[in-house]
Design a protein around this ligand. Structure first.
Ligand code: ATP
Length: 290
């Protein structure tokens, strides 16, 4: 095998609560994450050295890139003396709270495991992924999960009830460290109950889940920017409308496709990027071998 192609899904936060701050400054979280049908496409070719390109993207292809870090973690972790030429086709918006960078890292780990026949288990890949970023294990596993700790403790849940997500990316993203710094200054009046949301998922109760969907970071983050998007989503019948992660993307949940598409059409008159997405059961996965 000379090359592999991997797809890795973006995520949305169905809930996000900040439960505390550790002495090292990291925030502890309680959230429900959902993989969605917007996917990064990553191709890895055998090569002696390590190289990275992201055609058409402004994200730098340097040693700070999550794809590059994941490759180093893989070769270091396995002891394999090899390299790879990595091409990342970015489809997930940057600084959106949709874990695009984590999806790239997950794709690289899953892809290198296949390319070099390393036979690492999912748990071993997740342990390498956690060295690169807190959301990487989720990007490997996908589906629906309750995530706690600093984002590193993952409890898979039953699939979320069938629905459509209309996702809108305002111009200009939000930096995750800045979002948490603002949260530390301003605090929140939004307190989601992830246990109640998980119980609604277990019952297959979409309306009950939507009633629990909140993001503690939304209050301090970008309410001026998110509010008009949420209003448009609700005006089209969204059962819930909120920011994902630390922003800047905002999404609404619909039981049916027609109103989800109508909301997308209305938002595209104002905002540059908008999608209708479905829940996705899988995480990063090999789709091609050459
Ligand atoms: P999360 O939901 O995990 O907080 P996010 O959507 O807010 O993710 P990303 O788009 O994943 O954020 O990453 C944002 C930052 O990380 C940017 O400043 C970017 O330069 C840097 N970065 C490093 N590698 C990547 C990558 N492969 N893709 C996107 N951004 C990357």
């Amino acid at each position: 095998m000379r090359s592999v192609t991997v797809l890795a899904p973006a995520k949305l936060n169905l809930t996000l609560d900040v439960t505390g701050t550790r002495p090292d400054g990291y925030h502890t979280l309680d959230m429900i994450m959902q993989a969605v049908s917007l996917r990064e496409r990553v191709t890895l070719r055998r090569s002696r050295g390590l190289s990275l390109s992201l055609p058409g993207s402004r994200v730098p292809a340097n040693e700070h890139n999550t794809a590059y870090k994941a490759a180093l973690a893989f070769f270091h972790g396995t002891g394999l003396l090899a390299g790879a030429a990595i091409t990342v086709e970015k489809h997930v918006p940057v600084r959106a709270g949709m874990a695009g960078g984590s999806a790239d890292a997950a794709a690289v780990l899953v892809g290198l495991n296949e390319l070099y026949g390393a036979r690492l288990s999912a748990a071993e890949l997740c342990a390498l992924g956690a060295q690169v970023g807190a959301d990487v294990p989720f990007s490997i596993v996908g589906g629906t999960a309750r995530v706690t700790g600093v984002g590193d403790i993952l409890e898979p849940l039953k699939p979320c009830p069938p629905c459509f997500f209309t996702v809108c990316m305002p111009a200009g993203g939000i930096s995750t460290p800045q979002a948490y710094a603002r949260y530390d200054r301003i605090g929140t009046d939004v307190r989601p109950d992830s246990a109640a949301a998980a119980a609604a998922i277990a019952r297959g109760d979409l309306a009950g889940l939507c009633a629990q969907m909140k993001n503690a970071l939304e209050y301090s983050s970008a309410s001026a920017a998110t509010k008009p998007i949420c209003e448009t989503l609700r005006a089209h019948g969204a059962l819930a409308a909120l920011m994902t992660g630390s922003g800047a993307a905002v999404f609404g949940v619909f039981a049916d496709e027609a109103p989800a598409q109508a909301a997308k059409a209305a938002l595209l008159r104002v905002y540059p990027q908008c999608w209708v997405l479905r829940p996705e059961a899988k995480g990063a996965r090999v789709v091609g071998r050459g």
